[in-house]
Design a protein around this ligand. Structure first.
Ligand code: PHE
Length: 342
């Protein structure tokens, strides 16, 4: 009996090495472990043995059985990999010998700054909202108090689509929808891509990013606006930032301002970034016009609020020392993959 067991084992070992398909492997499994398989037959043969022999031979046969199952499983896994590799090799669409790509993509500089601002404003209780790039003419203009034929539309010329919608010219286009969504009180920021007819140069692009912010509640005043702007900018530049407000006109705010920051690079002494003026114009803002609140379904007798339209593209350029805005949309990875989250 011992010899027979040994024979089956040797035969199994020589056969398993040569098996080259899953079907053949399955056939082998049946031939050894199946109802009439050699290992099963050996077990049946135990019947005619004495108790002692049964014990001893039974152990050998069980070891053989374990050996056979283990090797069949192992060979199965091996075969699977071999067959897959052969399939890939035969497939001319891939070249599996090419080294894998080691470089990872990087975030676009504007995305980096956007995420940073989102984190800062979220920590101050602002919701982060998204809005379409194609918007109704009503949302882009009328709802922010720019009626048809108002001269303010001239500065924000854009594509008008056949269906009457426009490519949004400013993130203020979402103000109405946000007011309607949250009502008062509300705190929200909404970054977005904007489009305008511009003569291109190093600081003007037809496509750029803004980040709008709005806060509406009882007793909101310009002091709140200044506080939030100073806090946010100090976080961005990691130091105290001095701001100043100059009067500015936007039909959807009253009063309206241009918010300048004292140049964080030279401390106001004058350098290339601030064009030697000591101040950088960064963020138009103001107290939301009562008509805009009203159109958004908010009672202007009870609530007031501020809005700002931060130039995200401009901020990213300042943060990273990018001198030509056109680089940002160029798709030139040599330039774009240099920026990392700070
Ligand atoms: N939407 C204005 C623009 O793009 C900026 C702005 C936003 C001004 C909010 C005031 C308040 O020019």
């Amino acid at each position: 009996m011992k010899e027979q067991i040994e024979k089956v084992k040797q035969q199994f070992q020589s056969e398993i090495a040569q098996v080259s398909s899953m079907d053949a492997l399955e056939a082998m499994r049946v031939a050894y472990l199946g109802k009439k398989g050699s290992v099963t037959e050996l077990l049946k043969g135990l019947k005619s043995l004495s108790v002692d022999e049964k014990k001893e031979m039974g152990r050998y046969i069980n070891e053989l059985k374990a050996h056979v199952s283990e090797h069949i499983a192992e060979r199965g896994a091996q075969l699977k990999t071999e067959l897959e590799e052969a399939r890939l090799k035969a497939d001319k669409r891939y070249d599996i010998s090419l080294p894998c790509q080691e470089t990872m993509g990087t975030l676009h500089p504007i995305t980096i700054v956007q995420r940073e601002l989102e984190a800062i404003f979220s920590s101050m209780g602002f919701a982060v909202e998204d809005f379409s790039e194609v918007v109704t003419e009503y949302n882009n203009f009328e709802a922010v108090n720019i009626p048809k034929h108002h001269p303010a539309r001239d500065m924000q010329d854009t594509y008008y689509l056949d269906n009457g919608q426009v490519l949004k010219t400013h993130t203020s286009a979402a103000q109405n929808a946000i007011l309607r969504k949250y009502g008062a009180p509300c705190r929200a920021i909404f970054p977005g891509r904007c489009f305008r007819n511009e003569a291109l140069d190093a600081s003007h692009e037809t496509t750029f990013f803004q980040m709008e912010g709005m806060m509406v509640d009882e007793n909101i005043s310009i002091s709140n606006l200044i506080y939030f702007m100073e806090t946010m900018l100090s976080e961005v530049f990691k130091k105290e930032i001095t701001v100043r407000l100059r009067p500015g006109f936007f039909p959807f705010v009253e009063p309206g301002f241009e918010l300048d920051i004292q140049c964080p690079f030279c401390g106001g002494k004058g350098c290339a970034t601030c064009k030697h003026g000591g101040w950088i114009e960064l963020c138009p803002c103001g107290m939301i016009h009562p008509r805009v609140l009203e159109m958004g379904g908010v009672d202007p007798e009870r609530y007031t609020g501020f809005a700002f339209g931060l130039g995200l593209t401009r901020l990213a350029m300042m943060q990273f020392g990018i001198h030509d805005i056109r680089m940002l949309n160029s798709g030139n990875l040599k330039a774009l993959d240099q920026f990392v989250m700070m």
